[in-house]
Design a protein around this ligand. Sequence first.
Ligand code: SF4
Length: 345
Amino acid sequence: MQLAKNDILARLVETDPARLEELWLAADSLRRQYLGDAIHLRGLVEISNICVRSCAYCGLRTGRSDLKRYRMTLPEILEAARRIASHSFGTIVLQSGEDQGITQSWLAQVIARIKTETGLAITLSLGERSHSDLEGWRIAGADRYLLRFETSDRTLFGCIHPPRPGQTSDRFKTLEWLGQMGYEVGTGIMVGIPGQTYTSLADDIGLFRDLDVDMVGIGPFLPHPATPLGSAHHPSGPDQVPNSETMTLKVLALTRLNCPTINIPSTTALATISDVSREHGLKAGANVIMPNFTPRQYRLLYDIYPSKTDVDENDELFPDVIKARIHSMGRTVGQGPGRRPRHRS
Ligand code: SF4
């Protein structure tokens, strides 16, 4: 099903509870039809909080002098990978700020060791990197790459993602490269960015389909007090998209309707809103959860948005707890790497 922009817009502004319930059920039904009941678990490891960029919403932005920075060592990453494999997860996600100290050769070595020692599928989420870095990591064995464009509104994008001095960036070009290199490609957006309109949000949802990406992550904008967007006065007119759970679920469900076969996580950002928000995401079209396996001493330092470490995903027992919750929802725990169907061989 391809939704017309007017249909998307109408559902984004829908407030009738019965109509919203229909939307969640339609997305859930399409998820079951194309992907079954499996929920895939991906183990997240935040390997570095060093970043050269100054995104206006992010607590890892460069120049934040009160934040202690870290980069995990190869043995620390391998230990986390072994823990993820011991829980029978199929994928490790290596995430970091845009850390130029993560060199092509060092990360290629990390990727090769994880592959040899655990067989896990490897997802990278390391920001905007050069063509040659991305190519080298793909050759080393990386399977997927996540690069969120956050908003398709070019003006808003430019305001919240100032380029590095003397450099330009084009995330859409990078997403194209990633597909050409044979990565499974993921992207995503924030919902409720100050200045984000319903029209631009509808464009985002259409763009997921046009770009033909394999994974989309959707989370609410969470204001961080140590950032320009977290402390600024925000617009509140009728065009301003709210950063609520309901609005995030609408975007998630509409994304499922527009892109039936892709992987969609119920994100940690969504889970910060309430104890049941993650489950609501899983009932509105999501089929992936990414429990956090970052060593405890680093988790507080990966301070991208507030309350992240309050989420139960940080509990040591969470990998077992979430499996029990998945079964109690009548769903199953996904086996293997959980690729999008067209990437399964
Ligand atoms: S969003 Fe990513 S690139 Fe931007 S400041 Fe945060 S970690 Fe760095």
